[in-house]
Design a protein around this ligand. Structure first.
Ligand SMILES: Cc1cc2nc3c(=O)[nH]c(=O)nc-3n(C[C@H](O)[C@H](O)[C@H](O)COP(=O)(O)O)c2cc1C
Length: 326
């Protein structure tokens, strides 16, 4: 019997393939289709700190003449946004039998701790913190910014019983050091890597336009190296791979590199939820062909400390020309 179940953040998942946070996971019909197609867990669309702040600042302008109402209105908007989100969690929990992971985007250490408690009470099985804001203030150094991230993680994981994972961007000077600090501040795992909204330039209109939100097929290599390195260094810490996974073979490579789970997003938009059953079937097929009965029989088999030539993961510069590489 081939068993593809995994333990992610302390949760039992029947498959390592997870639906990543996106608009796709804000819609109950799609959430149910994802679960029916064999997703191991669902990460709900993030609630954004910006979203709440924008609604509050719109109210600030609108109610200048009625300043006495402002506190009440701010509280109302915050409760309303949070109320809608906790309802999504409750509905998802009612409709699917797999773990539901809530997601919040935050970049400052403020009232998110109250909100995190509400998420837990609504029944979320875990919380993914999508922490990032573009550092535009040149006066703040990376140490200050990372310390703020750690304060958020420490504050939230300190008050919750459910596990907390942190979804990171790629831009850290020393990812190993920072990830270890995340674990030290209470995170049960990390998601590598988030893929952000990116601006592009239209040569036709000479305007700034949004680039495609979707990744491309080779982008999984961005996280493969770091999953391989971190999985060999961190113990009892889940690593979830995200970005550029379009087919089962790249997902299996990420498991071999040491990922506990693999998140899918663009491929769901492009091919629909049923692709998950193909991923599960292909994983079982691969395991049978290699004689692996459980995921733990091969997870991390090709990580940084398990290969005979770890320099392959250390190498960052092309010493040879493109023709000599092959
Ligand atoms: C349309 C769209 C919306 C997204 N919204 C969120 C979000 O709300 N929160 C989040 O953490 N990531 C969000 N993401 C990022 C995805 O969860 C994922 O990390 C990223 O798309 C890379 O995975 P992929 O290559 O499989 O698409 C979004 C991605 C897309 C394409």
């Amino acid at each position: 019997m081939t068993d593809i179940s995994v333990n992610y953040l302390g949760l039992d998942l029947k498959s390592p393939f997870i639906a990543a946070s996106s608009g796709y996971t804000a819609d109950m019909e799609k959430i149910m289709a994802l679960a029916n197609s064999g997703a191991g867990a669902i990460v709900l669309k993030s609630l954004f700190e910006e979203q709440i702040n924008d609604e509050v600042s719109f109210l600030n302008q609108a109610s200048e003449e009625h300043a006495e109402n402002l506190d009440f209105l701010q509280r109302y908007v915050t409760d309303y946004s949070i109320g809608k989100y906790t309802q999504l969690i409750k509905d998802a929990k009612k409709n699917v039998g797999i773990p539901v992971i809530a997601s919040i985007n935050c970049f400052s250490h403020n009232s998110w701790t109250d909100f995190a408690r509400e998420i837990e009470s609504a029944g979320a099985d875990a919380l993914e913190l999508n922490i990032y804001s573009l550092p535009l203030n040149r006066g703040r150094n990376s140490h200050e910014i990372e310390a703020e991230y750690l304060r958020i993680v420490n504050g939230i994981s300190g008050i919750l019983k459910i596990p907390v994972a942190v979804k990171l961007g790629e831009g850290f000077t020393n990812l190993g050091n920072f990830t270890e600090a995340l674990q030290g501040n209470g995170a049960a795992g990390a998601v590598l890597f988030n893929r952000f909204f990116t601006p592009d330039i239209s040569l036709k209109s000479l305007r700034i336009v949004p680039a495609t939100p979707f990744s491309s097929k080779t982008e999984y290599l961005r996280e493969l190296r770091w999953i391989a390195i971190l999985s060999s260094q961190l113990r009892r810490f889940s690593l979830s791979a995200s970005t550029g996974v379009y087919d089962p073979s790249s997902a299996i490579k990420l498991l071999l590199a040491g990922a506990t789970t693999v998140q899918l997003c663009s491929v769901l938009y492009k091919q629909g939820p049923f692709v998950l059953s193909d991923f599960n079937a292909a994983l079982k097929e691969f395991m049978k062909s290699k004689g692996f009965r459980r995921i733990t029989d091969f997870r991390g088999m090709l990580n940084y400390s398990n290969i005979s030539n770890p320099a392959m993961f250390e190498r960052v510069q092309f010493l040879k020309t493109a023709e000599q590489q092959s």
